[in-house]
Design a protein around this ligand. Structure first.
Ligand code: AMP
Length: 559
């Protein structure tokens, strides 16, 4: 694959200035996407652009970054107008523009139907640099003379095909007619029916046409499954999928450094053993992360595309695209990290409903449909637990080391049917893992593909912790000392019991047993209360020491 050897293009190479570069760095973007690489220099040079790009390719930054670069804050009037088909997209594009333009201090306003028009008048009167809106509402403002277009230098038509499908053609034409002729215009569209070509022909001047073509690609023979999940439910869906798939070793991909950090944190709170790998780490840190992953101290590697480039790991059972990659090439590249040397591998992709077009692009390039999975329901997880319980009982029966319990069962068997006794025992064993069960009534809604647009992501819940994992405020222990809760990265699945933890802590950290408070053991981790004044000592001495023959990570438990 060429991108492992060719020097990658950076945002700086594209000609963006320091303010914008700093904003991108803050957002954790590591390199431009193909549509950005192709469109940004052309737009910076002042040319009109017709870009073919679907949602998820990074097209918003492709047209917003040059616009932010070219507009001077503090100059009079609205300078840029971005037209979007829906209110959700308008809000999203306005938010993105605001983020990219933060350092430059541009004022951005979203205007859309459905919102009280009076509320949009005040900011317009105070002065706005960029207006993002739906065509109908923008036209209303033009007609009411609350939006003066005489200073417009830039117009963007985003998702032009959707705007035409929604019947906005006349509104768009009227708006374009009201703006100065010497403006720069960019049109982005996922598809190019003749009506789009005619619109571009009428209103753009000698535009550069940009389509990011994908080369023919060979996909490795791995099972490929995609789950359509609205963004607020992605974390929950992922942890269910992980529970069901039980990967032995997986690489998870995110788009930005920040998403890598967030996902790593969220997964470690949930008891997994993740390691983050991204461009913010120095070589020494990267080497240590890779060592832990290769040795199996970490079972999940969370990475950006850039960071994962060039790493070579055997035995990756799963590649998980927590964010769908922005190009089919990146997809093929990512999933090539599993199924190596003829081994079996699974590639899982979480797709937001609005990103389904990207998935279709991937399917076109790889020449095969990707299997659509259904996110495991609570019932599925219960069934899976029963399956695991059955397997564990089977194993115990095979091993035959339960003689001590036979007498107890024999007594019960005089009164009850052995089948009933065994079922009751299984229930007891299953109840012991209850703390790990998802709460009732919180199932992830099935995505209805007939619904045009999902609720926007940005308003989804941000927290990732389950109630059972929420930290407690410092509280008083028995000896009236303040207690603090520590996360210990080993749990029931490794056969840990409270006694093991007390033994390890008192043995390694040499602290008295009564400095340890409540202990909760979950499947993959444990929470142990210790006296606050001894917490650092415990973290230092127990971290890296082994519990049940495994090195464990220890840290304060926090949200
Ligand atoms: P879009 O195609 O504009 O809807 O963008 C899809 C997502 O990709 C958004 O969440 C952006 O924040 C993100 N994004 C855009 N460009 C980059 C980049 N160069 N690196 C990482 N993430 C990006």
């Amino acid at each position: 694959m060429t991108d492992e050897t060719a020097a990658p293009t950076t945002f700086r190479d594209l000609g963006l200035g320091e303010d914008v570069l700093a904003a991108l760095d803050t957002l954790g973007y590591e390199e431009p996407t193909p549509i950005q690489t192709a469109a940004i220099p052309v737009l910076l040079a002042g040319r009109d652009v017709v870009g073919r790009a679907a949602t998820g390719t990074g097209k918003t930054a492709a047209f917003v970054l040059p616009l932010v670069e070219r507009i001077e804050p503090g100059t009079p009037g609205v300078k840029a107008l971005i037209l979007c088909p829906t209110r959700e997209l308008a809000v999203q594009v306005a938010e993105a523009t605001h983020r990219y333009a933060l350092r430059k201090g541009l004022r951005v306003l979203a205007v859309y139907g459905g919102q009280d028009i009076e509320r949009q008048l005040m900011p317009l009167r105070r002065g706005v640099d960029v207006v993002v809106g739906t065509p109908g509402r923008i036209l209303d403002h033009i007609r009411r003379r609350s939006l003066d277009l005489s200073h417009i230098t830039n117009v963007v038509l985003d998702e032009a095909d959707e705007m035409l499908d929604m019947g906005f053609q006349d509104d768009i034409e009227a708006i374009l007619e009201s703006t100065p002729k010497e403006r720069q215009t960019a049109l982005f569209s996922a598809t190019f029916p003749p009506r789009i070509a005619q619109l571009a022909e009428r209103h753009l001047t000698n535009p550069e046409r940009i389509t990011v073509r994908a080369p023919v690609l060979e996909t490795p023979k791995v099972r490929q499954v995609a789950y359509v999940v609205p963004r607020p439910y992605k974390m929950e869906a992922l942890s269910r999928i992980l529970d069901l798939e039980a990967p032995t070793s997986a690489i998870l991909f995110c788009r930005t450094r920040h998403e890598v950090d967030e996902l790593t944190e969220a997964l470690s709170v949930r008891g997994y053993r993740p390691e983050a790998l991204h461009g913010g780490l120095n070589q020494g840190q990267r080497d240590r992360v890779m060592k832990r992953f290769r040795e199996g101290t970490a079972d999940l590697l969370i990475a950006t595309d850039v960071a994962a480039r060039g790493i070579d790991v055997e035995h990756v059972s799963h590649v998980i695209n927590y964010d769908i990659p922005q190009t089919p090439e990146a997809y093929v590249h990512r999933i090539g990290r599993t199924g190596r040397a003829g081994r079996e591998g699974t590639a899982i992709t979480l797709v937001q409903p609005r990103e389904r077009q990207l998935l279709r692009g991937i399917e076109r390039i790889i020449g095969a449909p990707v299997e659509h999975g259904r996110v495991p329901t609570i019932a599925d997880l219960r069934a899976r637990r029963l399956e695991l319980l059955r397997a564990a009982i089977h194993e115990t029966l095979e091993e035959g080391e339960y003689g001590a319990f036979r007498d107890a069962v024999r007594v019960l068997a005089e009164q009850y049917d052995p089948l009933e006794i065994a079922a009751a025992a299984a229930k007891l064993a299953s109840d012991a893992t209850r703390g790990e069960e998802p709460e009732d009534g919180k199932d992830i809604p099935e995505w209805d593909p007939t619904r045009e647009r999902p609720e926007r992501d940005s308003r989804g819940p941000r927290g990732h912790t389950d109630r059972s994992e929420r930290p407690s405020a410092p509280r008083r222990g028995r000896s009236d000392q303040t207690m603090t809760r520590l996360y210990v990265g080993v749990g029931r699945r490794r056969g840990v019991r409270a006694g093991d933890l007390v033994g390890a802590i008192t043995g390694e950290a040499k602290i008295p047993g009564d400095a340890i408070g409540a202990i909760e053991i979950a499947d993959q981790f444990s929470l142990v209360e210790v006296r606050e004044d001894l917490a650092d000592l415990v973290i230092q001495r127990l971290g890296g020491a082994s519990v049940k023959g495994r090195p464990v990570s220890v840290r304060r438990s926090h949200d």
